[in-house]
Structure formats: structure tokens, C-alpha cells
Design a protein around this ligand. Structure first.
Ligand SMILES: [Zn+2]
Length: 260
């Protein structure tokens, strides 16, 4: 035999339990969100580091090419000096060919250096814009982190409040009933005590047999639903809830009618 006080306490306990589950879910989301942000930041940082390494490579290649260019220019200068002391046309010919060959090398190296210079300035621009984006992203992430931190604090205090209310309601329920409720709740997606409204279980929508409905209306016994096994109470014992459910029914009835 369950007194109406017990029905009341069990119903409120069920509410707190649902609240707790939802708070716990939201709390679990927070570290996940932080991990995601960290991973994104790390990815961007890696991309930037990669660009910087490539830039360094190009810059050192460019320096090397410049050095070779200077050597080739020096080589031509020396060859021209040598020309003055040459004795035979054959020797003159050989040095002239040498100079021409070096000039061709200088020409293609100059083009190569121009090409690298362009690539280097493009990479520099890219790095600059990536650095700016990363900075902005870091700033946003830090703001989000602060926001999440305060959300976490808020949820934790809500959780504690719900837990203490939960204990209060638990104390009003007989141990065996409480155990049954917990068992059913855990097995049925967090819902162990549900309203029967207009002769139907609100969880599984099965119609409650007449005899059972009579017992429910009397409100001195807690029975379980034939359909889903959850414990039931009559919505009529809680006029506010009954009116809300009626209004909801009416709305869906109107929707159904307007749809057809
Ligand atoms: Zn049911």
C-alpha cells in the first residue's frame, strides 16, 4: 500500500533523476568540447609549422642559388682577365665558349631565383594570414574555455542541489519500492515512474486495463504498466500536470485535424 505522499515523493524523485541525467550529460559534453578545440588548435599550429619549415627550405635554396650565381659571375670576370694574356686563337676560342656557357648558366639561375623569390613571398603572405587566423582562433578558444568553465561551475552546483533534493525525496519512499523504481528506471532509459493519462501509459502509450485504472485512480497502490513494466500513477492526482497533458493532447488534436 502506497500513500499519496509516497506517490508524490516518487514522482518528484523521478523528476530529479531526469534533471540529474540531463545535467550529467551536459557536464560530460564540456571536456569533449575542450578536447575538440585543443585538437583544432593543434592542427592549425601544425599546418603553420609545416608552412614555416617549407619557407625555410625555400629561403636556404634561394641563398644557395645566389651564392652559385656570384661564383659564376666571378668566374666570367676571371676568364675575361685571362683573355688578355692568351696567345693562340684556339685558346681564345676555348675561353669564349667557357664564358658563353657560364652566361647561359647565369641566365637560367637568375630565372630560377626569381621563381623561388615569388614562391617565398607567397609563402610569407600565407604564413602571415595563417598566423593572424591562429591568433584569432586562440582568442576565441580561450573565451570559450572561460565560458565552459563557468558553465561547468553552474552545472555542478545545479547537480549538487538536485542530488540533495533527490535524497530528500528518497527518504520518504519505502526501501522496497525505491529499489523497484531504481531497477525499472535503469532498465528503461531513465524512466521508472510515469503518468497514466486518459487511460494510457505515457511512456509506451498502451491502454491501461479498467481494473488497473480503478486502482490507479484510488491512488493507494502503485502498479506497473502491462506494456512497458514501468510504475504508474494517475495524472488526475496532479491537476497541474493533468491540465498540461490535456492542453498538449488538444494541440496535437488540432494539428491532426488541420493536417487532414
Ligand atoms: Zn507503459
Amino acid at each position: 500500500m502506497a500513500a499519496s505522499q509516497e506517490i508524490n515523493a516518487l514522482r518528484r524523485l523521478q523528476r530529479e533523476d531526469r534533471r540529474l541525467v540531463s545535467i550529467e550529460h551536459r557536464l560530460e559534453e564540456i571536456p569533449r568540447r575542450v578536447r575538440e578545440m585543443d585538437a583544432d588548435l593543434q592542427k592549425l599550429q601544425q599546418m603553420l609549422d609545416g608552412e614555416r619549415a617549407k619557407l625555410e627550405e625555400s629561403a636556404s635554396f634561394k641563398a644557395e642559388q645566389r651564392h652559385l650565381l656570384l661564383e659564376e659571375e666571378e668566374h666570367i670576370k676571371n676568364a675575361k682577365v685571362r683573355m688578355n694574356s692568351l696567345k693562340t686563337p684556339r685558346e681564345l676560342n676555348a675561353v669564349t665558349r667557357e664564358i658563353e656557357g657560364t652566361r647561359r648558366m647565369i641566365q637560367s639561375r637568375t630565372q630560377e631565383i626569381a621563381r623561388i623569390s615569388e614562391a617565398v613571398s607567397e609563402a610569407e603572405a600565407r604564413i602571415e594570414s595563417m598566423t593572424t587566423s591562429l591568433g584569432q582562433f586562440r582568442e576565441e578558444a580561450s573565451k570559450e574555455q572561460t565560458r565552459l568553465e563557468s558553465e561547468r561551475a553552474e552545472l555542478t552546483s545545479k547537480l549538487e542541489a538536485a542530488q540533495s533534493r533527490r535524497q530528500e525525496f528518497k527518504d520518504k519512499i519505502e526501501t522496497e519500492l525505491l529499489r523497484t523504481y531504481e531497477r525499472i528506471r535503469k532498465r528503461n532509459g531513465g524512466l521508472g515512474f510515469v503518468a497514466a493519462h486518459r487511460r494510457h501509459c505515457l511512456a509506451c502509450e498502451m491502454q491501461v486495463p479498467h481494473q488497473l485504472y480503478v486502482v490507479l485512480r484510488r491512488g493507494d497502490e502503485i502498479v506497473d504498466c502491462d506494456g512497458c513494466g514501468r510504475l504508474l500513477y494517475w495524472s488526475g492526482h496532479f491537476p497541474k500536470e493533468r491540465d498540461r497533458l490535456d492542453a498538449k493532447d488538444e494541440q496535437s488534436e488540432v494539428k491532426r485535424r488541420t493536417a487532414t
